[in-house]
Design a protein around this ligand. Structure first.
Ligand SMILES: NC(=O)c1ccc[n+]([C@@H]2O[C@H](COP(=O)([O-])OP(=O)(O)OC[C@H]3O[C@@H](n4cnc5c(N)ncnc54)[C@H](O)[C@@H]3O)[C@@H](O)[C@H]2O)c1
Ligand SMILES: C[N+](C)(C)CCCC=O
Length: 493
């Protein structure tokens, strides 16, 4: 692959644009005056200078979000719906700038970055519709009472986002939180903040009142922890790793505030021998390559009926071997994650797994200057190996054979995680039986798809709470019961 191709996907040789926080409808320089660079995973050049915030900047955002919250909560659902739709339109009309910012920090393929930004617009348009369906209930206690429930916003919601799908993952929380009448402070990953900052400007220009959406950038321990600890923040949605989720859950428990945790996964892809192996192989290759495996719900733990293992792995390897870095798949987004994936290769070699293809980064050609990892397929894996147990978050497929339905389910559930699963079989009834027995928040049988409309979240250590789907809007509300006496009551003295 040529340098020209890499430039096209990653954007080297660019000036380092500087980004401030977005607070109360304006760019706000960090109180401490510090900025940190973000880099392109394509060639490690500096992409942007991003405000390196801390608790003082969170304080400023909290003042803005708190000041705006009553007026925002008092808007009608029709007004909020119109504004959310306008935000979605603004994303569509300014797609190129968002895509450019996202690619500069993640190295995503242009087509993938565009799809993610369009899906971001979808979140706003979808929750623009959902907000108009929100309702409480009436409770019949007899003729003398009129009792009903209201779904009221929490006030200020904190959203902490990861680097693998920066604006996309943040939008998944921002849209329903705003729809429900909350104001929001977003803390993007310190590795990937630019698209979220550009988005916040667009949202303000589209009509979101000042203070309704704020973005504070900086590291997790400085800006992120300050956000979770802030008195004004009444609910937090965190998407990221289990260890960070545990830290945040500790703070939330201390403060007694609700938390949605969207954490990692080690999701199984179960293939029975009677499946369409060509389609199953394509699915396995796609999940391995998608965002270079940096997807929380990637089903990269391939659990395949022993009789079909060689045929399936041959097909998957053949597909992956044709793929080119920068053309068919992107780089690993952060340097620590790149090193982590290489560490898994060492561990796999020491444990005796066989790499049918891949198993290394690129050491020659243009891809060697970026964080590219060759798509990898492992055979001769045992369930106790690190590559079989831990989330790799790279383009690495790990194969475990099974004999019989029960062993397939046992292996699928032999993980501390429970985010997602996929099942491929020629017997639909068996596919659904497997789907019901697998401990995961979403299971796709024979290529079923998940969209904005489908609830998403984890079982076990993959987290709690649900995002996406109509019900997610209620995760950003608290229920109040109101009871009105209609008849004279006897007073108890
Ligand atoms: N379940 C999901 O929907 C989902 C989606 C995307 C990514 N993920 C998971 O995210 C992980 C990769 O993302 P990551 O490396 O950015 O995760 P991470 O936990 O390192 O960081 C996530 C966010 O938390 C912030 N943070 C870090 N320490 C913090 C602290 N002490 N207090 C407050 N905030 C803190 C970071 O700055 C970042 O914004 C993977 O495990 C992946 O599976 C899950
Ligand atoms: C990176 N994507 C494609 C937005 C998917 C993110 C879902 C979980 O990590």
């Amino acid at each position: 692959m040529t340098n020209e191709t890499l430039d096209a996907v990653g954007g080297a040789s660019r000036g380092a644009e500087r980004f401030d926080h977005w607070i109360d409808g304006w760019g706000a320089a960090p109180v401490g005056g510090a900025y940190r660079p973000t880099t392109s995973p394509v060639d490690r050049s500096v992409s942007f200078e991003i405000a390196d915030g801390d608790g003082r900047d969170v304080d400023a955002a909290a003042v803005a979000a708190s000041s705006a919250r009553h007026a925002w909560a008092a808007t009608s659902t029709a007004e909020r719906s119109d504004l959310l739709r306008a935000v979605g339109t603004a994303v569509r009309e300014n797609l190129d700038g968002l895509v450019e910012a996202e690619i500069a920090e993640t190295g995503k393929l242009v087509a993938h970055a565009r799809a993610e930004m369009l899906s971001c617009a979808d979140y706003f348009e979808y929750y623009a519709a959902v907000v108009r369906t929100m309702h409480g209930e009436t409770i019949d206690q007899g003729p003398g009472q009129h009792t009903y429930t209201r779904h009221e916003p929490f006030g200020v919601v904190g959203i902490i986002a990861p680097w693998n799908g920066p604006l996309n993952q943040a939008s998944r929380g921002i849209a329903p939180a705003l729809a429900a009448g909350n104001t929001v402070i977003v803390k993007p990953s310190e590795f990937t903040s630019a698209a979220t900052l550009r988005f916040a400007r667009l949202a303000s220009a589209a009509g979101l009142p000042h203070g309704v959406l704020n973005v504070v950038t900086g590291t997790g321990p400085a800006a992120g922890a300050a956000l979770v600890r802030h008195d004004a923040v009444r609910k937090v949605t965190f998407t990221g790793s289990v260890p960070t989720g545990q830290v945040i859950a500790g703070i939330a428990a201390e403060r007694v505030i609700p938390l949605t945790l969207e954490l990692g996964g080690k999701s199984p892809l179960v293939v029975f021998g009677d499946a369409d192996l060509d389609r199953a192989a394509l699915a396995a290759a796609t999940t391995t390559l998608m965002n270079s495996g940096q997807v929380c719900s990637a089903t990269t733990r391939l659990i395949v009926e022993r009789s079909a293992q060689d045929a399936l792995l041959g097909r998957v390897s053949a597909i992956l071997e044709q793929k080119q870095p920068g053309v068919d798949f992107g780089p690993i987004i952060t340097e620590p994650q790149f090193e982590k994936v290489l560490g898994f290769f060492e561990s796999a070699a020491e444990a005796g797994a066989t790499a049918l293809t891949g198993g290394a980064c690129y050491r020659q050609g243009a891809a060697a200057s970026g964080r590219y990892i060759a798509p990898t397929v492992y055979k001769d894996v045992t369930p106790d190996m690190r590559i079989a147990r831990e989330e790799i978050f790279g383009p690495v497929l790990v194969s475990l054979p099974f004999d019989g339905f029960d062993e397939a389910i046992t292996l699928a559930n032999d993980t501390e995680y429970g985010l997602a699963a996929a099942v491929w079989t020629g017997d639909v009834a068996r596919g659904l039986r497997a789907a019901h027995l697998i401990e995961a928040g979403q299971v796709a049988v024979n290529g079923g798809v998940m969209t904005q409309e489908t609830p998403f979240g984890g079982y076990k250590r993959s987290g709690y709470g649900r995002e996406k789907g109509a019900a997610a809007v209620y995760e950003y509300t608290q229920v109040k019961t109101v009871s009105l006496g209609l008849a004279p009551q006897e007073l108890v003295s």
